[in-house]
Design a protein around this ligand. Structure first.
Ligand code: TYD
Length: 137
């Protein structure tokens, strides 16, 4: 499962006018984009996320500033730094994630494969661990 959390480096189209990066669903990322939300005005004392999703897959991009993302499947943990507008972190379903260490100007864009449904969120870490143990065994 851990193999599937991965960084995507999106193409930058650059010329004298500046740069442009495109993310197309099912072409640059492995899902159709159903929802976009963005996280901003969080400072470096804040931890967001703290949940896993049963259905949604995500691509996280710090289009401005930087933040860190800690991901775990309950067995292994990895920390990623997002600090470029063309760097995306793919998070498949059932991965626990924490976003933290936001720079003052951080804007973290999240592309999601599903519309918002609070019922597909697992927000209790112990419950998450129990569920992952069952899946692995
Ligand atoms: P929350 O899940 O706590 O954000 P994070 O993952 O960054 O910790 O969501 C914050 C609030 O925003 C909460 O009241 C639910 C609402 N929300 C939506 O209405 N739609 C969405 O797509 C998301 C992600 C959150």
């Amino acid at each position: 499962m851990f193999k599937s959390v991965k960084l995507f480096e999106f193409k930058e189209f650059g010329d004298e006018r500046g740069k442009l990066t495109v993310i197309e669903g099912m072409r640059d990322i492995p899902f159709k984009i159903e929802r976009i939300f963005y996280i901003y005005d969080s400072d470096n004392s804040i931890i967001r996320g703290k949940h896993a999703n049963r259905e949604s897959e995500f691509i996280l991009v710090n289009i401005c500033g930087s933040s860190k993302v800690r991901v775990t499947d309950g067995f292994q943990e990895k920390i990623y730094t997002l600090d470029r507008p063309n760097l995306g972190l793919y998070i498949p379903k059932l991965i626990w994630k924490d976003m933290y260490d936001f720079s003052t100007n951080s804007i973290l864009i999240c592309l999601a494969s599903e519309k918002y449904n609070p019922n597909e969120y697992i927000r209790n870490y112990d419950e998450y661990l129990q569920e992952m143990k069952k899946i692995k065994c």
